[in-house]
Unconditional design. Sequence first.
Length: 188
Amino acid sequence: LDNREELLVRVRQQMHEKRYKHTLGVAASARELAERFGADPDKAELAGLLHDYCKCWPVEKMFEILVRHDMPTELLEGEKELWHAFAAAIVIQTDLGVTDADILQAVRYHTTGRAGMSLLEKVVCVADYIEPNRVYPGVDFIRGKAMHDLDAALALALGGTIQFLIEKQKTVFPLTLTAYNDLVSRKG
Ligand code: DGI
Ligand code: FE
Ligand code: FE
């Protein structure tokens, strides 16, 4: 889909208003981070615009797509909150014709992260945590870090999510742990 207006309409149709507002925030923040840290701003903005494309879809619909694409049992039997990222990476390819592998990866790993994330993946993941509509304890500290150190911002963001999940006695997906470990073991 190469017409921007059409694309915005398509994205808007997939979600409720608040989620759309978040989506536009992530697109703008991703562009800004890309400009700051040397990623491709157009790719970052597009990935931001598409990252939550399936977030408001019924879980059954996501499940069906993931099964059809042979996603690991670990994902299918795990936390449903993670499905929208993997589903979106498939759907934006099949329904919208996005072919750029960087963009697809950035969408796929925007929730869990993974070890060895690309610059674009980091940009989109951090943008998701710091876009202007986000409100949670520590968000301004992470925004501050994201002014000069993308890895530090991402480590703080993922670390915060891990802590939150532990407090709620929820499972932490292995990719999130390896993403976090990778970021903190590289620094210094
Ligand atoms: O889709 P968003 O709300 O914009 O943000 P997201 O894609 O980062 O979704 C995050 C949700 O997923 C958040 O409520 C935490 C939850 N979650 C559940 N298990 C895990 C997890 N997040 C990560 N990173 N790792 C998990 O194992
Ligand atoms: Fe998401
Ligand atoms: Fe999001």
